[in-house]
Design a protein around this ligand. Structure first.
Ligand code: ATP
Ligand code: MG
Length: 426
């Protein structure tokens, strides 16, 4: 991709409304633009990152044995009446009417739709367990949309729903999802904690949240300084108790003491049990030939929120520092004098082709600007590696490699391939 052709409206300063660093940097680096409160357009650079996250999630879900579907965003009132959630949901559920005056809502989640499909189409325990997922736009009319796409009203979620014949089977699927979420976060390269969470009406240990650790996280979690133990402080605090009183207390798991951290909830796994299946009369025939109410689990990942969380955890004063796994481009060729010097233009284009053939995604900065402007933009948008073709190339056939992490080296252009093999394995 040529930089000069890319719709990449970078900003020197972040607009007033942006409070947290990820929101500021997403606006400044031209990844997103606001359309209305909590509703955003993803511009080309942002969309590349979003798709990378989405693909990692999809690959790991497929590897886990889950099956992808695509459900409608617009859902009829009747289904929501069955679970009584049409009344219960309150104003977060955006309700609309069609031309015949029939009620619909924009899906904030899809338990009703998927349970309806399964009860009509799955008849026997032999067809279970099933784990069905989708990656889709959700709408929740949040009271306080904020932090850009971190808490949007319209956002992208991977939601999945498992259907199991009994509690043991549900437990198995739950643990598979837990491992899958760990793989997703490890592949992206984020530091995270799995915290016991408030599971509302269901209670017990049937829900866990995945938190990306970051100062601007909306959740406060208590972690042990000497074990994996983590818990959302919502669960630990007694009425009126202050969070600061927890710090330094013995960890509830008996290992070490409590430390308080801020986290961004990027995933939530949940054992629903028979809750929805009972109200929607979803059952199958069990091995004795009797109707048996299904056990369900639900598992969500905030795909768009993960993009913001990755920035919260990976940035510096110059801009975003993408983990390689989700960087919008692997390499930026900064060509100095592209418009004036034929040798430089040719060397840049040749290198661009060569690297693209090696399956790198490459940006070629062909703009008239000087080195200062170009490196600043590249640092802002967080490209892992820059290759500068300029004066050193004309004089000595050498290019400069500048990593986003600050590593710099000067090398003959002919050695680029060897060096990149090293980069790829990093
Ligand atoms: P929160 O407590 O942040 O409101 P939630 O418990 O309502 O989250 P779930 O219903 O479990 O969230 O949804 C699954 C995932 O979807 C969450 O873990 C989060 O990553 C993401 N998510 C939820 N609400 C939003 C939102 N308004 N904007 C972006 N992502 C969201
Ligand atoms: Mg919520």
């Amino acid at each position: 991709m040529l930089f000069s052709k890319l719709l990449l409206p970078t900003l020197k300063d972040a607009p007033q409304e942006a409070e947290v660093v990820s929101h500021k940097l997403m606006l400044r680096s031209g990844m997103i633009r606001k359309v209305a409160s909590g509703i955003y357009t993803w511009l080309p650079l942002g969309l590349k990152v979003l798709k990378k996250v989405e693909n990692i999630v999809r690959e790991e879900m497929d590897n886990s044995g889950a099956q992808e579907v695509f459900m409608p965003m617009v859902q009829p009132r009747e289904l929501w009446e069955e679970t009584k959630r049409w009344e219960k949901m309150g104003p977060e559920l955006l309700r609309i009417k069609d031309r015949h005056d029939r009620d619909f809502c924009l899906g904030p989640t899809h338990e009703e739709v998927i349970t309806d499909i399964i009860r009509d189409n799955v008849k026997s325990y032999r067809e279970l367990p099933l784990n069905i997922y989708q990656i889709q736009t959700k709408f929740r009319d949040e009271v306080r949309p904020r932090y850009g796409i971190m808490r949007g009203r319209e956002f992208l979620m991977k939601d999945s729903y498992s259907f199991n014949i009994d509690e043991e089977s549900l437990q198995e699927t739950y643990l598979i999802m837990r491992e899958t979420y760990k793989k997703v976060l490890e592949r992206i390269g984020l530091e995270y904690k799995i915290s016991a969470a408030d599971s509302g009406a269901i209670g017990g240990d049937s829900s866990e949240e995945f938190h990306v650790l970051a100062e601007n996280g909306e959740d406060t979690i208590a972690i042990s300084d000497s074990s994996e133990f983590a818990i959302n402080t919502e669960l630990l605090l007694k009425d009126g108790e202050d969070i600061s009183t927890l710090e330094g207390k013995p960890s509830p798991d008996g290992n070490g003491t409590i430390q308080i951290k801020k986290g961004i909830e990027v995933g939530h796994i949940f054992k629903l049990g028979k809750l929805y299946a009972e109200s929607m009369k979803a059952s199958v025939l069990n091995s004795d030939g009797n109707a048996s109410t299904l056990f369900m689990g639900c598992y969500g990942i905030g795909v768009s929120r993960l993009v913001a969380a990755a920035i919260e955890q990976n940035h510096d004063e110059k801009g975003i520092v993408w983990p390689h796994s989700i960087a919008p481009f692997d390499i930026n060729i900064i060509s100095i004098g592209y418009d004036k010097n034929k040798d430089i233009a040719k060397a840049s284009t040749d290198l661009y082709k060569e690297l693209s053939e090696m399956n790198y995604s490459v940006l070629l900065d062909d703009r008239k600007d000087g080195y200062g402007v170009k490196i600043k933009d590249s640092e802002l948008i967080g490209i892992p590696l820059n290759i500068v073709i300029g004066k050193k190339f004309t004089e000595d056939n050498e290019v400069e490699l500048i990593g986003r992490n600050g590593e710099i080296s000067t090398n003959p252009i002919t050695e680029i391939k060897t060096i990149l093999d090293f980069f790829k394995n990093k």
